[in-house]
Every structure is written in structure tokens, then in C-alpha cells.
Design a protein around this ligand. Structure first.
Ligand code: HEC
Length: 183
């Protein structure tokens, strides 16, 4: 069984080499066999490498590449000094009573935008035509301190107006801890 596989592998490699050889020859038939000889070992290595890469488990390489896609958060977003003191469960209750009437925890717009991804690199999903260039509607960076300020003072932008929400430091910490969980 293994031998048959080796044969198929060998024949495929030969067919590939033949194809590469003729591809090299076609555009420049005048160039002597020397160029063909030079091209052949190089082609062989690359096709062997490709075959080896295919064999070495595609799941492994795709897992590795998805890890690399993850970008580190910029400093403003990575600073968790306010939410670290909070409790996400209490924050969820505050959200339900103070925010959920206008904001979903997903990406759909109610009165305001859905707050999923608020602390991600790209920020929350905004309606078509609205682009705050990764900032809050007031043009400030999406740091915890600026989000806290936005919540307390409210403000308006291209989508609508948000009323000021007077919350204590503890409530803000809890709320931020909860907002951090919305991905
Ligand atoms: C009466 C409706 C209303 C309530 C209640 C409300 N918001 Fe908003 N919020 C809005 C609107 C409308 C906007 C969009 C402003 C714009 O961009 O035009 C907004 C925007 C925001 C943004 C900025 C999103 C962005 O674009 O990055 C955050 C963060 C936010 N709200 C958080 C909260 C939180 C947390 C609460 C609860 C404490 C809350 N809001 C309560 C209406 C509301």
C-alpha cells in the first residue's frame, strides 16, 4: 500500500517537473539546456517543500496563523485600571437597568449602537455611513477613562443623543468590567 503511494507521489513529482520544464522552455526556446538544468533542481525543491508543507497537517498551520492574526491592543484599550476594580456580574445588572433600553450587547443599533466590541481594536459596529475613525463619538480614544466620561456626560453624534448617566465610581468600574466582556 505504501509503495503504491510512493509511486503515485513520484509520478506526480515527475509530471510536475515535466510541466515546469516545458513552462520554462516555452517563453525562451532559444536559451540553451543550461538554463533548463539550472531551473530544474530549484523547481524540484519548491515542489518538494510544498508537498512537505501539505503533509505536515493543515490544522496545525491554520491554528498557528489564527494566533498570529490577533493584534495586541493599543495602550489606550489595554489599560484595565478602572474595570479591574469592577465586577462584571454587577455591571450586567447596571447595564440592564440603565443602558439596555438604547444599546444591545451585540452589533445591532437600537437608539445607540450595539456595544459588542467596544474595547476591541476596531470598536463597536456602527451603522452604515458612520465612521468615528476608531474613536468615541466625541473624538476621544476609547480608553476606559474616556468611556466613563462619555457615559457620565452623555453626548451626541451622527447617530443620536445619549443622556448623561450619573453613576458612582463603583458602578462605572462594574459597568466597564461588563462592557469588556462584550465581544
Ligand atoms: C436614551 C438612550 C441611551 C441610553 C439610556 C444610553 N445610551 Fe449610550 N448612546 C446613545 C446614543 C444615541 C449613542 C450614539 C451617539 C452617536 O454616536 O451619535 C450612544 C453612544 C454610546 C457609546 C459610544 C459608542 C461608540 O460609538 O463608540 C457608548 C460607549 C455608550 N453609548 C454607552 C452607554 C452605556 C454604558 C449606557 C448605560 C450606562 C448608555 N450608553 C445609555 C443612547 C443611549
Amino acid at each position: 500500500m505504501k509503495q503504491i503511494l510512493y509511486w503515485i507521489y513520484g509520478l506526480t513529482l515527475l509530471a510536475l517537473l515535466a510541466a515546469c520544464g516545458s513552462a520554462v522552455q516555452t517563453p525562451a526556446p532559444a536559451s540553451a539546456p543550461a538554463s533548463e538544468q539550472a531551473a530544474t533542481p530549484a523547481q524540484a525543491t519548491t515542489s518538494e517543500q510544498a508537498a512537505a508543507a501539505q503533509q505536515s497537517g493543515s490544522s496545525e498551520s491554520s491554528a498557528a496563523s489564527s494566533e498570529h492574526v490577533e493584534m495586541p491592543l493599543p495602550p489606550a484599550l489595554a489599560d484595565t485600571s478602572l474595570s479591574a476594580k469592577g465586577d462584571a456580574n454587577r455591571g450586567q445588572a447596571i447595564f440592564a437597568s440603565s443602558c439596555a433600553g438604547c444599546h444591545s450587547t451585540a452589533t445591532n443599533v437600537l437608539l445607540g449602537p450595539g456595544l459588542a466590541g467596544l474595547f476591541s481594536v476596531n470598536g463597536p459596529t456602527l451603522p452604515d455611513g458612520v465612521d468615528y475613525q476608531g474613536m468615541l463619538p466625541n473624538g476621544k480614544e476609547r480608553s476606559e477613562a474616556n468611556v466613563a466620561e462619555w457615559i457620565r456626560t452623555g453626548g451626541s453624534g451622527s447617530i443620536g443623543s445619549m443622556p448623561p448617566m450619573p453613576l458612582s465610581d463603583e458602578q462605572i468600574a462594574d459597568l466597564l468590567a461588563y462592557l469588556r466582556t462584550l465581544e
